[in-house]
Design a protein around this ligand. Sequence first.
Ligand code: FMN
Length: 360
Amino acid sequence: MPSSSLGQMFVVTNFGESHGPAVGCVIDGCPPGMALAEADIQRDLDRRKPGTSRHVTQRRESDAVHILSGVYEGRTTGTPIALVIYNEDQRSRDYGAIAHQYRPAHADWGYMAKFGLRDPRGGGRASARLTAPTVAAGAVARKWLFETLGIEIRACLTELGGRPVRFEDWSCVNDNPFFAPNASQIEELESCVDAARKSGDSIGARLRLEVLNVPAGFGNPVYDRLDADLAHALMGINAVKGVEIGDGFAASALTGTTNADRMLPGGFASNHAGGILGGISSSAPIVAQVAIKPTPSVRLPLESLDEEGRPVEVVTLGRHDPCVGLRAAPVLEAVAALVIIDAALKQRGQCGNLGRAYPR
Ligand SMILES: Cc1cc2nc3c(=O)[nH]c(=O)nc-3n(C[C@H](O)[C@H](O)[C@H](O)COP(=O)(O)O)c2cc1C
């Protein structure tokens, strides 16, 4: 089955290409009656859009979202919500040289192997431009989750090019171009990205994602476990190469007694599990760590092949993010919102409730 859709109750189908007329999505299954305006969605899109600082791609897109359906007199009707974002700043000439070459680490060869043709302009469907509809749909989900359950979702940078980013305070995350949780390391991060950009190379990043106030009970015991659904959706974001829930890989070095989150009156004593037990939310914060690879398009020459199988040196010009992880925080948040709203609606469908509070 071809799939550009995520979710079973709150189904988001993503469409478009980087240099086509538009990108967008259709949301089927949004609960009716929620107040929804374009401004509610635009806030998150503005946090993701390119060209907001010298540290990200200089492609200029207003990323203005248009609601085409599913909202009447300012309220969701329960019918499909179509969201469209027109592409404004395509420069396909930048891709002339690589239209018939495979960029190592990018999707070019994979698409050709699968489909036998590809749209090379700006990476076509493999472009991070397709994360804009994800963020738009995520904003709708997030609004419902906050208004219905008080759920809050946040993400921040924890590592840049292998360098740890100190956690100090969530409050400064949206005040700097790195989504860094401190104000004291910004100059160091700037130098790090400037150096990568000047060298023509790129760097990777790690981020932390948290979902707060999720009631206990969301998820399933087998296969569609909440952790599996979250990992599936996060791995569905371009350039994500690793997802850990709670302590993740580090959990294997703990003992049973150190890994256990003791249940005390009033709450769990710790959160090694990352808020999910047996595939089901526990009411503790859901925590994930995500590793993002360096941007595949680099200005430095890389050995590769062209479509005829001849050896070539690929040099990628055009406007690229020196570190794609710098723009990923809003995308992770959106994906988490989509997974959690789907789990909430399934819980309501099967069990007739929206989860349970921690035992008091
Ligand atoms: C927010 C964001 C921005 C990105 N910007 C670029 C970019 O400017 N240039 C590029 O080559 N890749 C960029 N990527 C990564 C590619 O889209 C991705 O590596 C490519 O589709 C191949 O998929 P894979 O890395 O998941 O295998 C970006 C990814 C994200 C999440």
